[in-house]
Write a protein that binds this ligand. Structure first.
Ligand code: PLP
Length: 365
């Protein structure tokens, strides 16, 4: 019985990544490991150039187009290598050695992207949150039309900050790392030149990246590009240039189907807003807890907070563990707690956590 392999739902999974997936997706994916679509074959043992898998890839790509309302200029790719590969693949495909790109420095992930871009061209920092120890999002950007593109990290998974107003009117193409907030809220996705995201936070299992690219921005660099790193080759081959990560693409496709069945991005945005509001209202109402991020820049995906009395943190962490709450510890660079509220997390999990926070605060207050 497949259903018996699934864990009981007593666990509240607040992991930052890889992270929670919908139970329906896990159930269907586990079934496909034994028997994919009643073929008698496992999804793990079929060729990627079969009609069976081509249908999976094709459905995954068209679901992305549909969920994001993409126009004909925007191509959808599923590639290997994690978002970290995109830190170098983006500048390699867009920047000549003497070209300039603008980057925003909003924390750990943005800094990693900046470091890689410097290998391929000139980088200027258009705005930085370094002065606030990455507890804010820069509001004034300094960008000039000489830049090839502007790079932003829409959600900083570690610091717990998130962009609200996209810099669509910066005057140059915008490239965005959306690894930790992809499909979590409505945006004008056609206004981005490139969007990239590792699947393992909001849209699937580890092992595959989603890349949305406006094809008009490509073909302008004069360096020779390795075959596997040239986006144009992947567009031409419809993400089948070489063996794609078959199972990871399948899980992403199932997750996209689930997203659509929930009502698409608008429905997820509503749910994510409710989860974040409940958690932040709770933090703000209990003096023992303190959010670390400026109110207007708080992430709806990763809520970071500490305790006024740090000596209580261990006790609270142990209480959470006892109640089946997983993945609440803050990143080692920030400390305290980080609660990840990705698409698949239910409101009930946040209700359980906030009830526990109130109990704890009452006992300590
Ligand atoms: C997790 C994360 C990454 C790194 O993703 P990998 O798939 O591990 O390379 C990059 N950017 C952001 C915003 C992330 O949250």
């Amino acid at each position: 019985m497949i259903s018996s392999v699934l864990p009981s739902t007593k666990i509240h999974n607040f992991n930052a990544g890889p992270s929670i997936l919908p139970a329906e997706v896990l159930e269907e994916a586990s079934r496909a490991i034994f028997d994919f679509n009643n073929t008698g074959l496992s999804i793990l043992e079929i060729g990627h150039r079969t009609v069976m898998f081509e249908a999976v890839m094709s459905e995954a790509r068209s679901l992305v187009k549909e969920l994001m309302n993409l126009d004909a200029d925007h191509e959808v790719l599923f590639l290997h290598g994690g978002a970290t590969t995109q830190f170098m693949q983006v500048p390699m495909n867009l920047l000549n050695e003497n070209d300039l790109a603008f980057y925003t420095d909003t924390g750990t992930w943005a800094s990693k992207a900046i470091k890689e871009a410097r290998l391929f061209g000139h980088v200027e920092i258009a705005g930085s949150a370094r002065d606030t120890n990455y507890t804010t999002i820069p509001k004034q950007l300094s960008v000039s039309p000489t830049g090839v593109y502007l790079h932003i990290t829409t959600n900083e998974t570690i610091a717990g900050t998130q962009w609200t107003n996209m810099p669509y009117d910066s005057g140059i193409p915008v490239v965005a790392d959306m690894s930790s907030d992809i499909f979590s809220r409505q945006l004008d996705f056609n206004k981005f030149a490139i969007i990239y995201a590792g699947a393992q936070k909001n849209m699937g299992a580890a092992g595959v990246n989603l890349i949305v690219v406006n094809k008009n921005i490509l073909g302008k660099v004069n360096r020779p590009l390795p075959t596997i790193l040239d986006y144009r080759n992947h567009i031409k081959e419809e993400s089948m240039l070489n063996t794609p990560p078959v199972f990871a693409v399948y899980v992403a496709m199932l997750t996209l189907r689930w997203l659509k069945a929930q009502g698409g991005v608008p429905a997820l945005e509503k749910l994510n807003g409710a989860k974040a509001k409940l958690l932040y209202d709770t933090i703000d109402s209990l003096p023992v807890f303190r959010g670390t991020v400026a109110n207007e820049d708080r992430s709806k995906m990763n809520a970071v907070f500490v305790m006024e009395d740090p000596s209580l943190e261990k006790e609270f962490a142990e209480l959470c563990k006892k109640e089946g709450m997983i993945g609440i510890k803050g990143h080692r660079s920030v400390g305290g707690f980080r609660i990840s509220l990705y698409n698949a997390l239910k409101l009930e999990s946040v209700e359980a956590l906030t009830a526990l926070m109130k109990d704890f605060a009452n006992k300590k207050g």
